[in-house]
Design a protein around this ligand. Sequence first.
Ligand SMILES: [Zn+2]
Length: 262
Amino acid sequence: MSKLRLTALDAGPLSPDKNKLVAFAPGRVSVPTTVGVIEHEAHGLVLWDTGINHTVADPERGEAYWGAGLRDAFGAHGFTRAHAVDAQLERLGFKPADVRYVVYSHLHLDHAGGMSYFPGAVHVVQRDEIRYALWPDPWTRPVYCQNDFQDIRKLDILEVEGDFDLFDDGRMRLIRTPGHTPGHQALVLDLAHRGRICLAADVGHQRDGFDAMVPMPWDWSASAMSMTRMRMKQLERSGVPLFLCHDAGDFAKLPSAGAFWD
Ligand SMILES: [Zn+2]
């Protein structure tokens, strides 16, 4: 059976007011933006999300790229050129052209920022997510950065609808998890030694909010999110640990900085 190897990157440290992540939460919080780098023995290099675009590291151009006030609102001042996913892949010894597949949990500006770095990859996204991202409802428009999508029509897009076994080998299963966005999805990896784990992206921004089922600002549907969270909690009860993209505690448990799980 084909094998996998996983390491994680933080391609977007942010320090927003916590109420940007969990409704009504007080205080400020420092969070990672988790990107999964997965080597599949038979199918090569697969990226799970792409973090924030490097332009955002430049104070002036970044303000124009994301839109007025968003760098401040999300506390992106700690994000540097070296954090962008292309720079971090290079430190792992990979070139952008080595990436065969880019799989998106959803297309918000902290997940789709690196889309243009991988013109030769197959880009995998839920069908309703890509459609919604290109013409979002007005209130959610700020977090779908159209600059991230400047090359989207030139890319090889694999639209999927619902749960999907990426290589039909049970190793990388996409689970449809709508709520935060219409076409949000999570990724269940089956690692030969570590067992199954779930890169759960933004089914919760923070552990406390996820556990208490508190809605998040920018959620497309709080009702769909409730159903998704119940499904994800059952997955966790079944013995598959979840790793939230923006929870510092979850990120700390994942292998990073040259460490791998297989
Ligand atoms: Zn996010």
